[in-house]
Ligand binder design. Sequence first.
Ligand SMILES: NC(=O)c1ccc[n+]([C@@H]2O[C@H](COP(=O)([O-])OP(=O)(O)OC[C@H]3O[C@@H](n4cnc5c(N)ncnc54)[C@H](OP(=O)(O)O)[C@@H]3O)[C@@H](O)[C@H]2O)c1
Length: 331
Amino acid sequence: MSNTIILKSRPQGTPNDSNFQFVHEKVPQPGDGEILLKSRYVSVDPYLRGRMNDAKSYIPPFKIGKPIDSGIVAEVMESKNENFKKGDHVSGRLPWKKELVSDGEGLQIVDPDKAPLSAYLGVLGLTGLTAYLGLMRIGKPEQGETLVVSGAAGAVGSVVGQIGKIMGLRVVGIAGTDEKIELLKNEFGFDVGINYKTTEDMRAALGEACPDGIDIYFDNVGGEISDAVLFHINKFARMVICGAISVYNETSIPKSISVQPFLIKNSALMQGFIVSNYAEHFPEAINALAGWLKEGKLTYEETIVEGFENIPQAFMDLFSGKNKGKMVVKI
Ligand SMILES: NC(=O)c1ccc[n+]([C@@H]2O[C@H](COP(=O)([O-])OP(=O)(O)OC[C@H]3O[C@@H](n4cnc5c(N)ncnc54)[C@H](OP(=O)(O)O)[C@@H]3O)[C@@H](O)[C@H]2O)c1
């Protein structure tokens, strides 16, 4: 039976089933200093799409014929490493395998009594860290300001909006279904939600939603939505460029509005970032996120898909917005 998912071919445009292959790879016995792991939760993330291209980036591309990897929470089944014991749960970047042997490097022990295991891939994992550090370090929120978040009902966006409310901001979220807009307002406390799929004039809708202009834009999607935001930015606005999912499947360089005049006119800042830039601040961020969760100030949503065989589909579904909050696969 297949226990490993490899990249069979590089997607041209939108990924499809033919890009993935299920294979069987023998699981070795753990040697000295090693642990045998069973995968429990697998994170699927939009950035994996970039790693499927053979292109230079901040992280090396996946290799054809080799397993894909992502954030995984796994259980230690057997240990010959003094840092781990049988029954521990660990989180880290691991290959898409049902079972595997690791030397433990880069793995952190996570506590299932403190939070559900899946949360270590979302609100208490890289997506929560991305939301917190992007907003706090680049967005630099000040009470009373207006924050616009695109991809607002997703893993990062839903946390960004809630932190914005904790910081005393007016928060406007952009997402792709009416159900998601209700979620933004009723569960995550956003002030206004805009469904970009049913809004004909995004520029006008943003003008209405942000009568005092936009001070911070947390961008998860890029493209036309982000172009429309530029027309409403205030003096000294900060644009936090976290992701650009709307263009990840483009096969040619997309035409975009010229940002420079907007930045000059408003003395505005636009900064891209990778969460690992802020690794030294991870403990501070986790403390804040865990504290707010405990106090009930922060909540999170997950879309949990069941079954190892459904990992590729769960990944592909990110691009059609099938998830609310963090998309994870339970093995
Ligand atoms: N810089 C970093 O270090 C870092 C770290 C983590 C994530 N990211 C980036 O942050 C963004 C969000 O990641 P996530 O993990 O939280 O994913 P996510 O938002 O949970 O999932 C992706 C969402 O994107 C939306 N989407 C898909 N295609 C779209 C399109 N063409 N236009 C507009 N929206 C579209 C969908 O929601 P709708 O129904 O609303 O369309 C979908 O649910 C991604 O761009 C990711 O690459 C960056």
